[in-house]
Design a protein around this ligand. Structure first.
Ligand code: BYC
Length: 492
């Protein structure tokens, strides 16, 4: 295990295992049976959720899918795998184990007992954070709705549906908090979470990246790599929250999130593997005519998804972020492992900005730059996957490499949003951007050519030509396992 110099060694997980009650209509480990009012409110929301799932969840009809379902929280085994019809998936409410001695670890309430109720003064901000988080979960399901129809294998299709049902459960997690702690307003916000829709002109999802189309499987893999990773980092900061039910909810969500990023990391890796194989065999660039995705198009997809995911961190300098921190609502990544005063009133840091066509640095109060602090952690993590993908190119004896574009490339939010920056980090004028951006971002023609490769492969153990098979299956099952039974007789 590597130890981060700045944060020290990881704490050893502790705590008993708490079982989830599956005899309930809404499986949970929050004693829902003891709170009739809350139970009724959630039972009222449940059919609306199911309607939404039917209308905007996975479009491909299936009989059942080999899915992981959470059965317990705690450090030991927590998941059960079985074939289940997706509409009967047991979405439920699971909070990580409570620590009765937990105290607030940062901000002006540092050292006080963690909150079991919402303090009136922080009600609006907390609700806003929970709504923004909750809004992303169903958005991603909507974005991925039609991908089953072009799945490169039954294995990949199962992973898509696993991600989808768990994002559905993450929506439940936020809706529980809204219903349990925010009264009528919370219930209204919970309704709205099903009414806003990804890409809807009149009622879009709140954050930019969640209104982009997921056009094909390469985009899906990039999304689960880059955008789900924003989820990991945002959940990591909410897991530090003084509001204990939010902290415990996010801690448990993070367990599920890890698989989503695995889908992205390995999905892109397997795509690069096939392209590299063809490049090696040809001794030159692979093209769409070779039946794989050319490396420069993979780079364009990477550039796009990385840059829209960078926007999800908000502005580099944000008074919102400073206030959330000082109030104890949202901490930093691995807050308790950081070696400073956890109040940050005196701290500063450097940040990049553009002046006179050049990228310069200035010193800013740390409290104002917490979105940037989180984003830096995120970027370092993103680089790991790129190294892994490049290993495929190296193993094939190729000199070409993928890379993360500059932080200022293609940005709509923050210090770079009013400028143009190339992937290499050169500040450029609008005319240069206009003539070059099609070299850097996927064009409609690129997307169409990728879409043309996306032929469904529904035979167990077989894979579309553009992607390599994985090394192992899910939960120790073979790669050719019958992960999904389609509704249509005779297929799979
Ligand atoms: N698009 O002070 P600023 C996940 C708004 S992903 C549109 O710079 P702040 C998942 C901002 O809301 C994780 N609007 O930013 C992944 C604010 O509006 P208000 C989701 C944007 O507030 C895959 C204004 O601009 N969770 O879980 O410091 C699959 C000024 O903003 C955008 C969270 O994000 C944007 N990109 O930070 C499934 C955690 N960026 O409030 C799931 C909760 C900013 O003035 N959210 N704006 O009307 C937050 O912590 C913060 O809201 C943000 C923004 C980090 C998003």
């Amino acid at each position: 295990m590597t130890v981060d110099d700045r944060t020290g060694p990881a704490p050893v997980p502790s705590g008993p295992l708490s079982k989830i009650d599956y005899s309930e209509r809404i499986p949970n480990n929050v004693n829902l049976a003891d709170d009739r009012r809350l139970q009724r409110a959630l039972e009222g929301w449940q059919p609306k959720f199911l309607d939404w799932w039917k209308e905007l969840g996975p479009a491909l009809p299936t009989k059942d899918v080999y899915l992981r379902t959470a059965i317990a929280v705690g450090r030991d085994g927590w998941a059960h795998f079985d074939h289940v019809p997706m509409e009967e998936y047991r979405w439920g409410i699971f909070l990580a184990e409570a620590d009765p001695d937990r105290t607030v670890s940062f901000g002006k309430h540092k050292g006080q007992p963690a909150w079991q109720e919402v303090p009136g003064e922080h009600r609006a901000d907390l609700m806003r954070l929970i709504v923004v988080q909750g809004d992303t979960e169903p958005a991603s399901v909507e974005q991925q709705r039609v991908l089953g129809a072009t799945a490169p294998s039954i294995y990949d299709m199962r992973n898509l549906f696993q991600v989808n049902v768990e994002e559905g459960r993450h929506l439940w997690a936020m809706v529980y908090l809204l219903h349990a702690y925010f009264g009528r307003e919370g219930r209204e916000e919970a309704e709205q979470l099903l009414k806003r829709n990804s890409g809807d002109i009149d009622s879009p999802r709140i954050l930019g990246a969640f209104n982009e189309e997921t056009t094909d499987w390469l985009q899906f893999f990039m999304f689960t790599y880059f955008t789900d990773r924003d989820g990991k980092y945002q959940l990591g900061t909410l897991k530090e929250s003084a509001f204990d039910p939010l902290a415990r909810t996010c801690e448990f969500m993070l367990k599920e999130e890890a698989h989503h990023m695995f889908v992205g990391t390995t999905g892109v890796q397997r795509t690069v593997e096939r392209t590299a194989e063809v490049m090696k065999a040809k001794g030159g660039d692979a093209t769409f005519e070779d039946g794989v995705i050319p490396l420069d198009v993979i780079q364009k997809y990477l550039n796009f998804q990385f840059s829209v995911s960078m926007d999800l961190f908000g502005s580099e300098q944000s008074t919102n972020a400073g206030n959330y921190y000082s109030s104890g609502l949202k901490g930093r990544w691995q807050e308790t492992r950081r070696k400073d005063d956890h109040v940050l009133l005196e701290d500063t840091r450097e940040m990049n900005y553009i002046e006179d066509g050049e990228i310069k640095q200035k010193t800013v109060p740390m409290l104002s730059a917490l979105n940037l602090d989180l984003r830096d952690e995120y970027v370092a993590d993103c680089a790991n996957g790129v190294r892994r993908w490049n290993q495929e190119l190296e193993d094939a004896g190729l000199d070409e490499r993928l890379f993360l574009p500059h932080e200022g490339f293609n940005r709509r939010v923050g210090a770079y949003s009013t400028h143009h920056v190339s992937p290499e980090g050169e500040v450029i004028d609008a005319a240069t951007w206009d003539s070059k951006h099609t070299d850097w971002l996927p064009t409609a023609a690129d997307r169409q050519a990728v879409a043309d490769l996306m032929v469904p492969v529904y035979e167990y153990g077989k894979f579309a030509d553009w992607i390599a098979a994985p090394k192992t299956g899910i939960n120790d099952q073979p790669v050719e396992f019958d992960y999904v039974h389609l509704a249509e007789e005779g297929v799979a």
